[in-house]
Design a protein around this ligand. Structure first.
Ligand code: FE
Length: 192
């Protein structure tokens, strides 16, 4: 199935599941994050990264209550492994780094941590807690860290119950264009 169809189908089948401890569904959360990115005039790659950043939660029925049970499901890695079959690094890497971006922002901005939702604070400790100064310095060297930080802020804000935003098909053309222009995975990761 082409990626755009697969994504829209995934939201239709699994999107109504709760967004971990928040008052919005997975689909509402993804659509709000993408709408925020669009409203800031972000490039299409980042709008799509916002839409897809938690797709790992929708794959293979990942357990909703993992964090409550003290387990970090590493959803960003599961999502990236699936998406990397179809999309380029400008979309994949901010997604891969969006949890690291939370740990980074907690390290550099004490008020950021205070603003996190209770569920997000709980998962932070499972994800390793705030970065150390050397971890934060290394993170800043990553080519995609600034994009990941932007994505993180949309992620944190995309939890408004009942907000009306465009649906998944609003992003269909951009999904199709991104999938059509992405290099084949084998070209991006040549064997050593
Ligand atoms: Fe999220």
């Amino acid at each position: 199935m082409p990626l755009a169809d697969e994504v829209i189908d995934l939201f239709a089948r699994k999107g109504t599941s709760a967004y971990h401890g928040e008052a919005v569904s997975q689909e509402e959360h993804a659509l709000q994050a993408a709408a925020l990115a669009e409203s800031e005039g972000a490039p299409d790659s980042l709008v799509l990264a916002a839409l897809l950043h938690d797709v790992g939660h929708l794959l293979d029925g990942q357990d909703e209550d993992l964090a409550d049970r003290g387990v970090d499901g590493r959803h960003e890695e599961a999502g990236c492994a699936w998406l990397s079959r179809h999309l380029g690094l400008d979309i994949i890497e901010p997604i891969r780094l969006h949890v690291a971006a939370k740990r980074y922002l907690c390290a550099i901005d004490p008020s950021y941590r205070d603003g996190l939702s209770p569920a997000s604070r709980l998962s932070l400790s499972l994800q390793g807690g705030p970065m150390t100064p050397s971890e934060a310095a290394a993170f800043e060297q990553n080519l995609h860290s600034a994009a990941a930080v932007r994505l993180r802020r949309w992620d944190d804000a995309a939890k408004v119950p009942g907000l009306i935003v465009p649906g998944p098909s609003h992003y269909r053309a951009r999904l199709e264009a991104a999938a059509a222009s992405a290099p084949a995975p084998d070209d991006r990761n040549p064997p050593a």
